[in-house]
Write a protein that binds this ligand. Structure first.
Ligand SMILES: Nc1ncnc2c1ncn2[C@@H]1O[C@H](COP(=O)(O)OP(=O)(O)OP(=O)(O)O)[C@@H](O)[C@H]1O
Length: 226
């Protein structure tokens, strides 16, 4: 059987993005060409305001570039509208937000189940495995607002990986944790993403968190340096 090469998971070609600041246009991303392959892990670093979240938001379809092209899993999504982005995100994208963005009326179990229920799927052995590895099985019935920040972070990781996304976007996932907790969370995140077959693009200001990723992109003055 011939081996069919897989397309890149994420491909950006000449992507530019800027914002109007008063009557001045401020270019944040300056004609970026980038590739992420399936199951690759990439840290995205750079000074505050350099455009890291903007780049993450464009790859997740939360913001649109001003120009350039974006492909996901080989599909040109430069002109996708909201329904196509929603479908892609439901099936293939997991997101860990800096502030966790958990569904606060719900308990841990229902937060982790949520992405699966959007796909018409049920709780499964993988969900049990995630909770067990993240040491939150005992908390399954607890409302998430009753949990500590570190526990909520673990729920956010389980929820982001519940549907085994092709791509995990993480914005400062260890930003609120002390050094020991951050190290443990990074080890868990890498192990579970590898188990799920997920690639990671992770924004971080932490060198030690970035060191857990296979590649490192540094964003400065609109350009990415590797
Ligand atoms: N919706 C917006 N409207 C106007 N300016 C914006 C908007 N979003 C981002 N910016 C500007 O774009 C620049 C990059 O912002 P972004 O949040 O992507 O940076 P960042 O590298 O993630 O920063 P940080 O590390 O502080 O989170 C900043 O100057 C910011 O003020």
């Amino acid at each position: 059987m011939p081996i069919v090469p897989q397309p890149p998971l994420v491909q950006l070609s000449q992507v530019c993005k800027g914002f109007n600041d008063g009557d001045q246009y401020h270019r944040v991303l300056d004609c970026l060409d980038l590739l992420i392959h399936p199951a690759e892990t990439v840290a995205l670093t750079g000074p505050s305001g350099s455009g890291k979240s903007t780049l993450l938001n464009i790859i997740g379809g939360f913001e649109y570039p001003d120009s350039g092209q974006l492909w996901l899993q080989g599909a040109d999504c430069s002109h996708w509208h909201d329904p196509q982005w929603s479908r892609f995100r439901r099936q293939h994208l997991g997101v860990i937000f800096q502030q966790f963005n958990l569904l606060t009326p719900l308990n841990v179990h229902d937060n982790v189940l949520f992405p699966l229920s959007l796909l018409g799927q049920k709780w499964n052995d993988w969900c049990d495995y995630l909770l067990q590895k993240l040491s939150i099985s005992e908390l399954a019935q607890r409302p998430v607002e009753q949990l500590s920040g570190g526990q909520q972070q673990r729920v956010a990781i389980a929820r982001a990986l519940a549907h085994r996304p092709a791509l995990l976007l993480a914005d400062e996932p260890t930003g609120n944790l002390d050094a020991d907790a951050a190290e443990e969370v990074m080890q868990l995140l890498c192990k579970l993403a590898a188990d799920a077959g997920s690639a990671i693009l992770m924004v971080t200001h932490s060198d030690s968190a970035a060191a857990h990723m296979q590649r490192r992109w540094h964003l400065q003055q609109g350009k990415v340096h590797e």
